[in-house]
Design a protein around this ligand. Structure first.
Ligand code: ISE
Length: 339
């Protein structure tokens, strides 16, 4: 207990509250010690559910607090830069929910500040890398037993989102997962992205382009197709099929069946990502806590967060023009600080 990583959570909306419970109930070697949220009533209600968890109103005070060793950042993306830079300044490990930041320039500032500090400190919340099904697919593709991977098809459907979830957020907050998954599966950068939108569903908010079809061309020539549909009504579906030279691999299939409706596809279709990726989130946070105690970073780095932001920024431009937009990345700062 005394050697536990003392964790503070910033932002206790849906994901932050989920992570707070995860630290308390399912992650070993970590203790929840503090929470912070502009909605102090919400933060206080959450803190009150546990013993000895402090409410610290200002997130920067939480980061600076001597009783906090490491921070989970689950606040809105527009405050991530300031909070990540504060974590770097105080030498605190951070698990930051995606997107790393809202634009390419600020993501690069974070990458550079971390590199300058000389210590790897940031893990980005691309939890799919910790999902056992995705991990098994990655190991299979890396073994090359099916030959080289040629094409990946992704399907990413949310049951519903609020009307405030606009077209650009489908790229920046949803498709960003496919960006990371494909960079990771191929072990290559995304060279260009094109986002197309069919006539939208009548069940999305006014003016929201939903669904969207995104095409990635990978640096090595592979092609990725993505359907992202965030008001699909059925439930939460994430599937990925990798087509290689001598075979293909699909993950995310339920138990066979023809009709999908009302939360059912043969067996149940989960309601949302906390359910479908619950195990991945547990493994992600456990890996983060273990690595932070060792003074290391595992999983997606700030560079991965930056690259994903750059692809999604180009994707939002493509969403407006319908044209393919090349993705330009800065030179990677010396990753010498990586463990
Ligand atoms: C949400 O923020 C997530 O990260 C989910 O994994 C994704 O499915 C959803 O579309 C996003 O809004």
């Amino acid at each position: 207990m005394t050697n536990d990583l003392r964790v503070g959570v910033i932002g206790v909306g849906m994901m932050g509250a989920d992570h707070a419970h995860r630290i308390v109930d399912r992650v070993s070697g970590a203790t929840l010690v503090a929470v912070s949220d502009p909605d102090t009533a919400r933060a206080s209600t959450l803190a009150g559910q546990f013993n000895g968890v402090r409410l610290i109103a200002d997130p920067l005070d939480l980061i600076a607090d001597e009783g906090v060793d490491a921070v989970i950042i689950a606040s809105p993306g527009f405050v991530h830069e300031e909070q990540l830079l504060a974590c770097i300044e105080h030498g605190k490990h951070a698990l930051c929910e995606k997107p790393l930041t809202m634009d390419t320039e600020s993501s690069l500032r974070v990458v550079e500040a971390e590199a300058t500090s000389g210590r790897p400190l940031i893990q980005v919340g691309f939890m799919r890398r910790f999902d056992p099904e995705y991990a098994a697919m990655k190991a299979l593709l890396d073994s090359r037993s099916l030959g080289r991977t040629l094409v990946v098809h992704n399907i990413h459907r949310n049951k519903t989102v609020p009307d405030s979830f606009r077209s650009e957020m489908i790229v920046r907050d949803s498709l960003v997962h496919e960006v990371d998954v494909c960079r990771w599966l191929f072990g290559e950068e995304v060279a260009s992205i094109q986002v197309l939108a069919p006539t939208p569903t009548g069940l999305a908010g006014e003016g929201v382009l939903d669904p969207q079809i995104a095409l990635f061309t990978m640096a090595g020539g592979g092609i990725v197709t993505n359907e992202v549909f965030v008001n699909c009504q059925i439930g939460y579906e994430v599937r990925c099929e990798a087509v290689a030279e001598r075979g293909n691999a699909t993950i995310g299939l339920g138990q066979g069946v023809f009709v999908r409706r009302d939360n059912h596809y043969g067996g149940a279709i989960p309601d949302d990502f906390r359910d479908r990726f619950g195990r991945a989130y547990d493994l992600e946070v456990q890996a983060w806590a273990d690595a932070s105690r060792r003074g290391e970073v595992v999983g997606p780095t700030s560079w991965d967060g930056y690259a994903a932001t750059a692809v999604c920024t180009a994707g939002m431009e493509s969403l407006l023009s319908g044209k393919a937009v090349p993705v330009e990345l800065a030179n990677r700062p010396d990753p010498g600080c990586r463990a």
